[in-house]
Design a protein around this ligand. Structure first.
Ligand SMILES: Cc1cc2nc3c(=O)[nH]c(=O)nc-3n(C[C@H](O)[C@H](O)[C@H](O)COP(=O)(O)OP(=O)(O)OC[C@H]3O[C@@H](n4cnc5c(N)ncnc54)[C@H](O)[C@@H]3O)c2cc1C
Length: 434
């Protein structure tokens, strides 16, 4: 299996292309090897470099660093979630454990951007959980009770207020949580690459083919060479399963998103000049839709099992049409064809929406599976898995390890059949919200 991506992602196109890209060309060795240079791998590398300034750390990615899901997401740094894919959170205790992790994730990203003075369009404007269906008020009232018990500041909003704030009459009901942050995911991950310490060697466009654990070292084979390492951390998220890591506990899902060009002054006026906002759907398969700081509209409204992971152009074009319709439904006053680019990205899921954070063998560690909350949780898990792998403990590790652990998945072909059936069912339930 290859890891390649389309080159349609608007967030990546916003950035100046990087130079000085190194690819593994011969054998190498190190004390620490990290596979995957998204938020998780980059944060782990940064933390390891601080903990072990005199040791050699190698970070490898199959594509350009940060250009996987970490640049391709919707940019919601979440404090709360309503749908973790298939289920809503019913038990307060478990929900609290989850939001404790989200909170640590927000803090760690905040610390990073303050420490390195990162400009990533950070906006503490909260986010909306919205629906066009009046009957979804029941879901939001229940959610509001949960949030009140856990002291999350939030507010239920009706259509009139929503249409003023969002510039669309589409939604009839929403709940706004104050704590969420919107940001530019590409700028955030680029900053993490830019500040990599000197004792981290970054190899890009270097795909790990296979790995073998020997007595005292781990041998990792790439196309142009082998890296021998004492310890390894897998941070490949949606690609964990394809590397045989925790295969019975995680599975990849392919998402697609589209971004419009910036609205013209006239178009912006037509929709009432709303400030930047972000909406998540009350229904698991409904659209995530966002108005950016520079007046672009982002929409993500597909999720599927796709093999190979990468979509070809015509498949992507089909998803883009679904997204065009999604925008038109919400903003009939805007022209039909304002999408500038569309892209796909891979997320990783577990059956019960819990994350993976563990030592899987002597000197072998893994962190991943954050579904739609990897900006904060990936950054947190990256740092903390580096600490755990260094045999240290923190309060954060205790919080992470207190979460419910991922549950076992059925083998193929039952797994894909089950996921596909569930996705179809959720898509039908969310039909009006796509
Ligand atoms: C469309 C979309 C919208 C999303 N929206 C949000 C959101 O709003 N908020 C949020 O918090 N999260 C969101 N997510 C999820 C979030 O992007 C991920 O959880 C997060 O990026 C995970 O970071 P990571 O570093 O663990 O993995 P990734 O960013 O996926 O990085 C893993 C890296 O591993 C590399 N890799 C894989 N296999 C190999 C191999 N064999 N050899 C070498 N390298 C390999 C890949 O190339 C990749 O760069 C979204 C994701 C998508 C796709």
């Amino acid at each position: 299996m290859e890891v390649t991506n389309d080159n349609g992602c608007s967030w990546i196109k916003d950035l100046i292309p990087r130079t000085n890209i190194k690819t593994l060309q011969s054998n190498d060795d190190c004390e620490w090897l990290l596979i995957g240079a998204g938020y998780t791998g980059l944060s782990a590398a940064r933390k390891l470099a601080q903990l072990h300034p005199n040791q050699k750390i190698i970070l490898v990615d199959a594509q350009l660093a940060g250009e996987g899901a970490s640049s391709r997401n919707s940019g919601y740094l979440v404090d709360t979630t309503l749908n973790d894919g298939f289920t809503s959170n019913k038990e307060l205790d478990n929900y609290k454990k989850k939001t404790d992790i989200y909170d640590l994730g927000i803090q760690v990203v905040k610390k990073f951007i303050n420490e390195y003075q990162v400009d990533c369009d950070w906006n503490e404007c909260g986010k909306y959980f919205a629906s066009s269906r009046r009957e979804d008020k029941k879901i939001l009232s229940n959610f509001s009770n949960t949030l009140s018990k856990l002291s999350f500041e939030h507010k239920l909003l009706s259509k009139v207020e929503l249409s003023k704030r969002l510039g669309t009459d589409f939604y009839n009901i929403a709940l706004h949580t104050k704590g969420g942050i919107l940001l530019h995911p590409g700028k955030l991950v680029r900053a993490m690459i830019d500040v990599l310490p000197n004792n981290v060697v970054l190899y890009e466009n270097s795909f790990l083919l296979n790995w073998n654990k020997n007595k005292d070292s781990i041998s990792c084979k790439f196309k142009n060479g082998t890296i021998n390492t004492k310890r390894i951390i897998f941070a490949t998220n949606g690609f964990l399963k394809s590397l045989g890591i925790k295969s019975n506990y995680n599975f990849p899902i392919t998402l697609t998103a589209s971004m419009t060009r910036p609205l013209t002054n006239n178009e912006y006026k037509l929709i009432g000049k709303p400030n930047e906002w972000g909406v998540l759907s009350v229904r698991p398969m409904g659209a995530t839709i966002r108005m950016t700081k520079d007046r672009r509209i982002l929409i993500r409204n597909t999720a599927e099992i796709h093999n190979p992971y990468k979509l070809n152009k015509s498949e992507l074009d089909k998803r883009s049409i679904i997204q065009r319709i999604g925008i038109k439904k919400r903003f009939p006053q805007l022209p039909y064809d304002i999408i500038q680019s569309s892209w796909s990205g891979i997320v990783s899921r577990t059956r019960n929406s819990s994350q993976i954070f563990e030592k899987i063998d002597q000197n072998v560690f893994v962190a991943g599976c954050y579904n739609g909350s990897g900006i904060g949780v990936g950054t947190l898990f990256g740092e903390q898995i580096a600490i755990k792998a260094s045999n240290e403990n923190t309060k954060e590790i205790e919080t992470i390890e207190a979460r419910n652990k991922p549950t076992w998945l059925p083998p193929q072909p039952f797994l894909n059949l089950g996921i596909k059936t569930r996705l179809i069912y959720e898509r039908l339930r969310a039909k009006s919200e796509i």
